[in-house]
Design a binder for this molecule. Structure first.
Ligand code: BG6
Length: 472
């Protein structure tokens, strides 16, 4: 079947600062939370690789931009590394070397015909603010972030017209404080809520500042909602799915798009003694400064069922008292990453946004397939023959375009990632790129088969897709 890509529908790619840059030129006090975690728990990072060298984008960005030009990519998202943007994170003294790097990258992209989209925080919260203020636990960090946002808009807003306040703001505190699986291993559900709330507030402040500056662009946030599927139509399973949606999706969607917190969320958290104090003035900021558009990172479905067992009264409150994860027999898997492959999530998420959030403009800011041991697919010229990635993209795009044809307000698809890059903990284990990165000193780049295929769909605005797909 032939699929036509709608006019003006963006076909882009993404990455982030910390996952590509490397530490060349980084100063003593410029560790981000991620850098600190890498230094403290290097053993959890696959084969010891991490942000230290990453893809050495600091020195090699022009090579990547040239490859973007080669495949005629039109949009690229990355982030500014907040931790590296200042030499003094409280006095907001800009690191002019780093700011120049960002400026150079923007210019290089524009010269290659690629529109830069910038995110203010892709987990790069400065470690000095984690030390002094316990990171997003503090209202002070919200104000420091707002100061940072203003300077970033003033410096780059003439050339960057699409901004994101955060990437997946729910993720770090979920891993750190809700699930306590990351350093510093503290389980604290109330702190999880506080970090969520402070990020919603910080995002609203950035939106407010951006609109005041009147730079003729727009500002959104990249969220990672999970499309939730109940095991069955039973009331209990349906409730489990609704609770998961409330605690992990609506918790950001509703305040950021509608300007308010879901009352049900507040009631449940209050009943369990974990709700947080909120100031009327801050709630007004959230109410008045909703997003212009949304970025959605979408990789896999979430399947739940009603819990098998009653909660243990001694375990601190965690939303998982409302659901168990359900393992669907026969599901297709990306075994390298351990994620289910279910391309229909694209369609279902599009309709979810259309039906529940006023059809806000949005785009897929991440989707992609991380695969292990890609060297086994290199041909005699060294090109990775990643047909599985092409099949994965085709199927996801096809479902997304179907939703657009039915009135979903989705403006594009940005693949994660343009080049292979460093993942939290998995480092270079799973490769995501259209471009391969060798782990040699030069971090040599080479186009994969998927890069050339991406070029062909950008040029022809069409692609073929099979009705059924098995992912080998
Ligand atoms: C997204 C993040 O959740 O998924 C990226 O925004 C991340 O930073 C990507 O790299 C893929 O996940 P992972 O864990 O395989 O790198």
């Amino acid at each position: 079947m032939k699929i036509t890509i709608p006019e003006n529908f963006i076909i882009g790619a993404a990455s982030s600062a910390w996952q590509t840059e490397g530490w060349v030129g980084k100063k003593e006090n410029q560790d981000s939370y991620l850098d600190r975690w890498y230094k403290n728990e290097k053993f959890v990072w696959h084969n010891g690789y991490g942000p230290a060298v990453a893809t050495n984008f600091m020195e090699k960005y022009q090579d990547d931009v040239d490859l973007m030009k080669e495949i005629k990519l039109t949009h690229y998202r990355t982030s500014i590394n907040w931790a590296r943007f200042f030499t003094d994170h409280e006095q907001l003294i800009v690191d002019e070397d780093y700011a120049q790097h960002i400026s150079d990258v923007i210019d290089a992209l524009l010269a290659a015909g690629v529109e830069p989209m910038l995110c203010l925080e892709h987990y790069e919260v400065p470690a000095v603010l984690s030390d002094k203020y316990d990171g997003w636990s503090s209202r002070k960090v919200v104000d420091l972030y707002a100061g940072y946002a203003k300077i970033a808009f003033e410096r780059f807003g003439d050339r960057v017209k699409q901004w994101f306040t955060f990437n997946e703001p729910i993720v770090p505190q979920t891993r750190i404080y809700l699930d306590a699986m990351r350093w510093p291993h503290e389980q604290n559900t109330q702190k999880w809520l506080l970090w969520n709330y402070h990020k919603v507030l910080a995002s609203a402040k950035a939106v407010e500042i951006y609109h005041e500056l009147n730079q003729g662009g727009r500002i959104g946030c990249v969220l990672n909602p999970e499309m939730v599927y109940a095991r069955s139509s039973s009331e209990a399973d349906q409730k489990a799915a609704a609770m998961y949606d409330l605690f992990f999706n609506q918790i950001f969607f509703t305040p950021m798009i509608k300007g308010i917190y879901p009352q049900e969320l507040i009631d449940i958290c209050q009943a369990h003694g974990v709700w947080i104090e909120t100031a009327a003035e801050d709630l007004a900021t959230i109410k008045e400064n909703t997003l212009d558009f949304l970025g959605v990172n979408q990789y896999y479905p979430k399947r739940v069922r009603s819990p098998k067992y009653a909660p243990n009264a001694e375990t601190p409150f965690h939303p998982e008292i409302f659901y168990d994860t359900f393992d669907l027999p026969g599901k297709q898997m990306n075994n390298s990453r351990g994620w289910e492959i279910y391309p229909q999530v694209m369609y279902d998420m599009a309709l979810y946004l259309k039906n529940n959030y006023g059809n806000i403009p949005w785009l897929i800011t991440e989707n992609g397939m991380g695969r292990e041991n890609e060297e086994q697919y290199q041909d005699e010229t060294g090109m990775v023959q990643d047909s599985y990635r092409i099949d994965f993209i085709r199927q996801h795009l096809r479902y997304l375009i179907k939703a657009v044809e039915e009135g979903a307000n989705c403006e594009g698809y940005m693949l994660w990632a343009f080049t292979d890059c460093v993942s939290p903990m998995n480092a270079f284990k799973n490769r995501y790129g259209l471009v391969r990165i060798e782990l040699n000193e030069e971090r040599t780049r080479s186009m994969k088969k998927s890069g050339l295929w991406y070029k062909s769909i950008i040029e022809t605005r069409q692609f073929e897709v099979a009705d059924e797909q098995e992912y080998k």
